[in-house]
Design a protein. Structure first.
Length: 209
């Protein structure tokens, strides 16, 4: 279940079905490439918290509900800090209106892909995903790797698997996308590395930071 705020952010109407949003998202995942994957840090920082967060699961919501009731009864947070009047009123209203059916049993993998791993909110690039890099050129998004790029990567990595360190024969060499194509990675030299067949298969579609 996606929060209506998330649907609005992504250009949909709150009443649009989750299935429609999910299908749209799957088509865009081949283009999206988060800055943190390339830059190794988030250029948005705390601003990400201004974007909506994906809703929690029903199990998590029930845990929060029980904790809110305990806080109202004891008058303190789990840290021992006293609850002020404003927070008490907020908890009381939330408990009165709480309905577990408002929360999904699970959150889909596609929805989780939108989340910032640090702040938990929707990554800003989810709403503007396009095949652009930090340069003026479009990304090389196809799976085909031109021979000149292939040879430069093999020479750069000295025909050595960048995961297990084994020196490879020509027929054992595979090129791995550090940021997978399925997650917006390019087939450009900076995003490629030499791996053996075994290490490349084990990595699957995970992002190598």
């Amino acid at each position: 279940m996606l929060d209506p705020k998330i649907k609005t952010l992504l250009g949909f109407k709150p009443e649009d079905s989750d299935a429609v949003v999910a299908e749209w998202w799957k088509k865009r995942t081949s283009k999206i490439c988060r800055p943190c994957w390339e830059l190794k840090y988030c250029p948005y920082g705390p601003l990400v918290e201004e974007f909506p967060a994906i809703t929690i699961t029903r199990h998590e919501a029930l845990e929060n509900y029980e904790e809110a009731i305990r806080c109202l009864e004891d008058g303190v947070f789990c840290t021992g800090e006293k609850i002020n009047k404003k927070t008490r009123e907020f908890f009381k209203k939330w408990v009165e209106e709480f309905d577990p059916d408002d929360y999904p049993e699970t959150i889909s993998k596609d929805a989780r892909e939108m989340e910032c791993k640090v702040y938990g909110h929707i990554c800003p690039v989810a709403s503007v995903a396009e095949p652009f890099s930090e340069t003026s050129e479009r990304r090389r998004t196809g799976r085909s790797i031109p021979n000149p790029i292939f040879l430069r990567v093999v020479r750069r990595d000295n025909s050595t698997c960048q995961v297990c360190g084994r020196h490879l024969r020509d027929e054992e060499i595979e090129l791995d996308h550090k940021i997978p194509l399925s997650k917006g990675g390019s087939s450009e030299e900076a995003n490629l590395r030499v791996t053996c067949i075994k290490c490349n298969r084990q990595k699957s579609d995970r992002v190598k930071i």
